[in-house]
Design a protein around this ligand. Structure first.
Ligand SMILES: [Fe+2]
Length: 605
């Protein structure tokens, strides 16, 4: 069966799954060229279809990985008897996040629905994790060019959970999904049990800690939480958590339904920010918590006010704000650690000592490492696209395997990570020469690296990267001044060959997706990938995953004695990561880069 999985909303994405195998997947941002974009269009969809000689007509089902509202380009329509379920929820509070009447009757939606034949193939059973839907593309042009496909809406966290479980070969485990959905605890966190290819929601931790982290990113002036929470994580290493954070973190991370007052999550987070930092103007702090003023605050753009308050004073990089960032990180980590302990206890006998972590919150590599080191689970498993882009894959795999009984197929780390399409060789430059590039890197040159299909998820994992020398203490500043132009306090990450990882990093497991921050054992030897707290966001690499980079690192080691290379994403000035060879060449010619490798060709300035 050919299934097209979609994420609509921020981090819009498309995945093509054929017979329960991920063929290609891409985040819209790589095509639309706007970071985290929610835009989906035919360019994005055809990106996964055309190279596989398919059109939308060949697709059997279109599935959407979440309860996000539709867009003008793609809209789900539900059968009449499911409308009430979708709008008002059944007894399952997970479905209560949509307000009554939510967009359903807006515009021509209802008319379109009732006038459309319902194509949905019936399943032999019903389950609340999914709803049948007609997926209409170009719905605005319904009288003309609209395309209607049968499909399903998959619960958001179910789609998250499916992405990590159904790509793995884990027989049985617990799955914890945490993100910043932000409406309430149920819509922001979920626990599943997976066994023998079956996936079952068991409870919600009722936490909105992911939203808290995003909110604090904004409150502290680092920018929108959706795009800049990694910056807060980087900044947190420069600070020390406060006494309030250490002693009273539970007050800030209390379960959503336990909150006596301030149950509105935005208001709660503003209160939490004030409580944690004691920084915000007293006159506003005094007013927080008065119900009648909540709405007024929000309508006045209270968030913008806080943002202005700190950035106006240029406080983002003061020790005080670094300490606040450390406090936020501390609260986040402690909350997740306790949540994971709770998952362990609640799923005892069912979890097989294995935990899959998924959802945007687990892009936080520092927290992941704490969980790895401190939780009772013996095995922790991650997926590279743990943000919402990954729900496109998860929704499609859930549909294929759980709903239509197709067999689960193990996806190697390379198959999980490199889901972009392949491009033909360019007819420029000279043949790739490993020895030349390794020597250039040892000489502290900056090399742009483009190889095969692009990565799925936010990290560059060796297919769209800048490579550089981790041993050169000036490399971080050189990269920032010549190419990346990032905040000075953010670290760059290493790739280390798997067999040598224990000599260099304190990490007891493989980290193919760069989702753990681990202590560096010889920081003086690799200063440009070592963060202020003597850690690094490490990617471990086995030869099977990426032979070309693996061999290049070994060649680099011949020059430097270090089996590690600095790797940062192939983008500049906050743009999305480069997708095509043409974009890579343009970046090469317009930036201060010494060489570029594009598949089997290379150009040197
Ligand atoms: Fe999510």
């Amino acid at each position: 069966m050919k299934i097209l999985g979609l994420n609509i909303g921020h981090d819009a994405a498309v995945a093509l799954v054929v017979d329960s195998k991920v063929i290609n997947a891409i985040s819209s941002e790589r095509i639309i060229r706007e970071k985290k974009t929610n835009v989906l269009n035919w360019d994005v969809i055809n990106y996964v279809l055309h190279p596989n000689n398919l059109t939308i007509d060949d697709i059997d089902l279109v599935v959407i990985g979440g309860s996000m509202p539709w867009t003008n380009f793609v809209k789900p329509y539900f059968p009449e008897d499911k409308m009430e379920f979708w709008m008002f929820g059944n007894n399952n509070p997970r479905h209560n996040s949509l307000e009554p009447g939510y967009q359903l009757y807006e515009g021509r939606g209802y008319d379109v629905f009732v006038n459309t034949q319902f194509y949905q193939p019936m399943l032999p059973f019903k389950q609340e994790d999914f709803l049948p839907a007609n997926i209409v593309f170009d719905a605005e042009d319904f009288d003309g060019g609209a395309v209607v496909k049968p499909g399903w809406m998959i619960n958001h966290h179910t789609a998250h959970a499916a992405s990590v479980y159904y790509t793995s070969d884990i027989p049985q485990c617990a799955i914890l999904s945490v993100d910043a959905s932000g409406v309430n605890g149920y819509s922001s966190s979920a626990v599943f049990i997976a066994k023998d290819d079956d996936l079952t929601w068991v409870y919600s931790p009722d936490s909105t800690i992911g939203t808290f982290y995003n909110a604090m990113t904004e409150l502290l002036g680092y920018g929108p939480g959706l795009t800049k929470s990694g910056t807060l994580m980087g900044a947190s290493s420069y600070g020390t958590p406060s006494k309030v954070a250490i002693e009273q973190w539970r007050k800030i991370s209390q379960k959503f339904s336990n909150r006596d007052t301030l149950s509105d999550d935005s208001t709660f987070n503003i209160w939490a920010g004030a409580f944690l930092t004691k920084e915000f103007p007293k006159s506003i702090r005094q007013n927080i918590g008065r119900d009648e003023e909540h709405i007024e605050y929000r309508s006045k753009g209270d968030w913008a006010y806080y943002h202005h308050y700190l950035t106006h004073h240029n406080e983002r990089t003061t020790q005080k704000v670094f300490d606040h960032a450390a406090s936020v990180q501390y609260v986040f980590e402690q909350t997740l650690l306790e949540m994971v302990d709770e998952v362990y206890e609640n799923t005892k006998g069912l979890n097989n000592d294995t935990l899959c972590l998924i959802g945007g919150s687990f892009l936080n590599c520092k927290a992941n490492y704490e969980i790895l080191k401190k939780s009772k689970f013996k095995n922790i498993h991650l997926y590279p696209a743990c943000g919402d882009d990954g729900t496109s894959v998860g929704a499609a795999l859930f549909t294929a395997i759980k709903m239509y009984n197709e067999p689960r197929i193990y996806h190697t780390p390379a198959e999980c990570a490199y889901t972009g399409i392949e491009y033909p060789e360019i007819n420029q430059g000279i043949p790739y020469n490993q020895k030349v590039i390794a020597k250039m890197l040892a000489d502290s040159k900056i090399v742009a690296w483009f190889d095969g299909g692009s990565e799925f998820g936010p990290r560059a994992l060796g297919h769209r990267s800048f490579l550089a020398n981790p041993c050169d203490p000036k490399m971080k500043d050189i990269l920032n001044s010549r190419v990346k132009h990032r905040e000075w306090f953010r670290p760059f990450a290493p790739i280390v060959v798997k067999e040598r990882v224990m000599d260099w990093f304190d990490i007891p497991v493989e980290s193919p997706y760069m989702l753990y921050t681990a202590p560096v054992k010889q920081p003086w030897k690799v200063p440009s990938i070592t963060h202020i707290d003597k850690t690094a966001r490490v990617q471990t690499l086995d030869r099977e995953m990426n032979e070309k980079i693996y061999d290049l690192i070994l060649e680099f080691e011949q020059h430097t004695g270090v089996p590690i290379i600095l790797n940062t994403s192939l983008n500049v000035n906050g743009q999305p990561i480069v997708e095509t060879p043409e974009e890579a060449l343009e970046l090469f010619h317009s930036s201060d880069i010494d060489a570029i490798v594009i598949n089997n060709r290379m150009l040197i300035k």
